[in-house]
Write a protein of this length. Sequence first.
Length: 305
Amino acid sequence: MSAQPTRAQSQAVSLVRRRPLQVRLRDLRVSGWLFLTPLILLNAVVVLIPSIESVAYSFTDWTGLGAATFIGLDNYTKMFGNSDFQSALVHNVIWTAFFLVVPMTLGLFGAYALLRIKRFAVAFRTIYFVPYIVASVVNASIWRVLLSPDMGLGRLLGINFLGETRWAFFSVMIVNTWAWWGFLLVMFLAAMQSVNPSLYEAAEIDGASSTRQFFSITLPSIRPTLMFLGLMTIIWSFLTFDYVYILTQGGPAGSTELLSTLLYREAFTNLRAGYASAIGVIMALISAAAVVSYLWVRHAKDWEM
């Protein structure tokens, strides 16, 4: 037998029900902001404040220690006229273009093939996803051995993959692709599984081939996911550091230098933290431009995630 509410409890419930809807909604918004406050403060401490400081230091001559001397736009002027920065920027553009084409294509067609596999489907997904979840230090170390001229493929083919300028950049991109494309495959597969099966059934009745179904049904249906992963690929391509630094440290002769490795070298080897901050600002602006472009296209096309 359930307990009967007291008179005070009944009055409290009645009072809440009589409160205007706008007041209750306002209280919910206030509660929401209260729950978000710790996260906002944390982001301000670890993201916002360091970002503002980086922008400020980009206008200074600073070694990373001691006082900073304001020099205006000198770091930016030197940066755009510096051959190392120009080379690293070109490498980043090539890197981004490569990863927008090769891993994305492998992920798309790999997911489309797995979509039609019924037996051992989970095993295949796990195998393809494993390189992505393994630490980049482990992956890169394994590939350094495989590509070494003293053993593995390097010795078999007589090629110093990571020590020759004509092979190093391409080799690093292949290694990173091996670790990255499994993630794209799983993401594309999840998007493809949400496509209405009746669309494929209707296409088969009309005699459409698998290739026609892929380009006419699958791609348009997963376009928001495709665009989002393309955006993240651009951003992550300009933030790539670990594989390049572990495998080649930007060498040989700067042939694999990216903006991230150049920033690291200027800040911690050459002790030019102000100049490195200017490079970081340019990298942030490039990422911001990619995000704004994506949001504009998504709004213009009225795409929903």
